[in-house]
Design a protein around this ligand. Sequence first.
Ligand SMILES: [Zn+2]
Length: 154
Amino acid sequence: MVTNDNHSLQVKALENGTVIDHIPQGVVQRVLSVLGLENCEEQIYMGANLESKKMGRKGIIKVANRFFEENEIDKIGLIAPTATVIEIRNYEIKSKTQVRIPDVVHKIVKCFNPKCITNKESVPTHFYVIDKSDLKLRCHYCEKITGRKNIEYK
Ligand SMILES: [Zn+2]
């Protein structure tokens, strides 16, 4: 269930689960989809256009009873580099992780080159991040560069 009720989002505490905070404006939906949360059975609260002292406007996602692995946190880092991932256990903050853009990106992203072997055969994509501020990924196979403009997530 996805609710957009900003009021309950702020007052309702999570017993166990994950809060993804400080998501840049406009990418909340993409974070949900890349984490496969769109079809998740757990309760999800999400909010967009929330006021943030740090960022002006931000988005937030709270998922009950879900915790994310390092490779999932890396996915969040690619899409929402300002995000913080907060793990809640028993109503208490267990850990807080500032996401980062990984050095190597495996599988998550599609190579934009239609002739690349990863688009023709069932070879998983593999990229080296050569520019983190502008997000440029060099394909291990065809060496073409997929950038923020033409990035597609798998
Ligand atoms: Zn390629």
